[in-house]
Design a protein. Structure first.
Length: 99
């Protein structure tokens, strides 16, 4: 299996409501993209506020294998989500690893 971790930093005009809309879109991907074993996403609720560095949404996706992870990127549902980020995202960090 492969784990895919993403954290998102948004620009100042991104409201909490917009962030929740994006989280809802992420959660829907599990039903739309084959090869996803598990998916969680949410708005950062850490109390370690000195460590946030502006990152406010986290995503964790577990894939069946590396092939499923590779197929995820170009999948139309994922590409639609990526397009919906246009004008909102300031930075993204991605980490993928075998589990």
């Amino acid at each position: 299996m492969f784990e895919h971790l993403v954290v998102f930093k948004f620009n100042d005009k991104t409201t909490l409501a917009k962030q929740q809309e994006l989280v809802d879109q992420l959660l829907a991907l599990q039903e739309q993209i084959p090869g996803i074993v598990g998916l969680t996403a949410g708005i950062n609720a850490t109390e370690e506020t000195d460590r946030i560095q502006g990152y406010t949404i986290g995503l964790r996706v577990t894939f069946e294998d590396q092939g499923a992870l590779r197929a995820y990127g170009p999948h139309p549902a994922h590409q639609a989500f990526v397009a919906s980020l246009d004008g909102w995202v300031k930075d993204v960090i991605v980490v993928d690893y075998a589990i």
